[in-house]
Each structure stands twice: as structure tokens, then as C-alpha cells.
Design a protein. Structure first.
Length: 197
């Protein structure tokens, strides 16, 4: 005579064993995944330490005896909606002048335009990572005494309020081979423009 209670118990045991087997397999996968993540993290840490040991990050060095002396020239008076040019000049301070980056920052909300054709010697790259930020990059190396000129254009917003607006910028470069420290100079000269009423 059949016993339904025993059948149900047998089914339960069978199902339970299958679930237990599945849980064991999932646990093995989880443990392997955890080991892979831990090994990856350890390798990333070791590689990072190795890179720091091989390529230390140097602070900017003291300026050379004859620095690049970047100077900005811009219009004194403009009107809302105007577009005008800004010129920055500097001179290579020494031989092996290379990895040169000029960054100029216009007032917030103003748009700048750059073009390598507006540089001399011609820059390797011109871009605007932000609407108000102009960047030029030269590869080099250049000998001492080379005169550089970089021009960019600025568009004054049509709704700009009358008043005085300031510009800032910096010139970064290397002279000695890497990993020597870089040099950085603030752009001097004209620093502000007035939007007339």
C-alpha cells in the first residue's frame, strides 16, 4: 500500500539536496569571484607603488634665471556682444624648452575660440576644455630665445552687465629632460577689460 506521507518526504529530501548542491556551486563561484577581485586590487596597488617609485611627482621648480615672461595684451574697452582678440607673448628661456602649455581663463560665461593657425611658432594643439578656457600646447624642444605669440578670440555675452572683468593665465613648461620638475609662470600684462554701458 502506497504511503503519500513517505512520497512527499522523499520529494522534499530530493528537492532539498538539489537546492543544497546549487547553493554549494554558487558559493564556489562567489569565492572565486572574491579571489579575483582581491588579486586585481593587490596588483593595482603594487603597480601604483612601482609607478610612484619610478616616476616621482615633482613640484614645480624654481624659475630659470631668464624666465619665459608671458605677457597678455587685450582691449581696454568693449561692448556687450563684441568679439575681440587677446595676444599672449613669451620667449623660450633656455635650450631644450619643451612640453609647453599656455592656459588662459576668460570671465565665467564668456566664450573663447582657439586655432593653431593663430600661433607662432605653430602650436601642436589648441583646445577649449571649458567654454571660457583657452589652451595651447607646443611639443618642442626649442632653443633659447625663440619668441612665441598666441592669439585667441573672446566673445562677450550679449547680456553682459557693464563693469570690469578680469582674465588670468599661466605658462607651464620643462627645460631639463623628464622627470625633472616643471616650471610655471603666471601670465602678466593686461588683466582686465571694461564692458561699457
Amino acid at each position: 500500500m502506497d504511503n503519500p506521507g513517505l512520497e512527499a518526504e522523499a520529494d522534499m529530501d530530493s528537492t532539498g539536496e538539489g537546492s543544497l548542491r546549487l547553493n554549494r556551486e554558487l558559493t564556489k563561484v562567489g569565492v572565486w569571484a572574491l579571489w579575483i577581485v582581491l588579486i586585481g586590487a593587490l596588483l593595482a596597488i603594487l603597480v601604483g607603488i612601482g609607478c610612484q617609485a619610478e616616476f616621482p611627482v615633482e613640484p614645480p621648480g624654481e624659475l630659470p634665471d631668464s624666465p619665459g615672461q608671458p605677457v597678455r595684451e587685450l582691449a581696454a574697452l568693449v561692448e556687450a556682444g563684441d568679439e575681440f582678440e587677446i595676444t599672449v607673448t613669451f620667449t623660450s628661456p633656455d635650450d631644450d624648452f619643451h612640453a609647453i602649455g599656455l592656459t588662459e581663463l576668460a570671465p565665467a560665461g564668456w566664450n573663447v575660440t582657439v586655432d593653431v593657425a593663430w600661433t607662432d611658432p605653430q602650436a601642436m594643439l589648441a583646445h577649449t576644455p571649458e567654454p571660457e578656457r583657452a589652451t595651447y600646447i607646443w611639443e618642442g624642444p626649442y632653443p633659447a630665445g625663440v619668441n612665441f605669440t598666441a592669439v585667441y578670440k573672446v566673445k562677450v555675452p550679449a547680456d553682459a552687465e557693464p563693469g570690469t572683468y578680469t582674465f588670468s593665465g599661466s605658462l607651464k613648461y620643462y627645460i631639463e629632460p623628464h622627470p625633472a620638475p616643471s616650471y610655471e609662470e603666471a601670465v602678466t600684462g593686461d588683466v582686465s577689460v571694461t564692458v561699457s554701458s
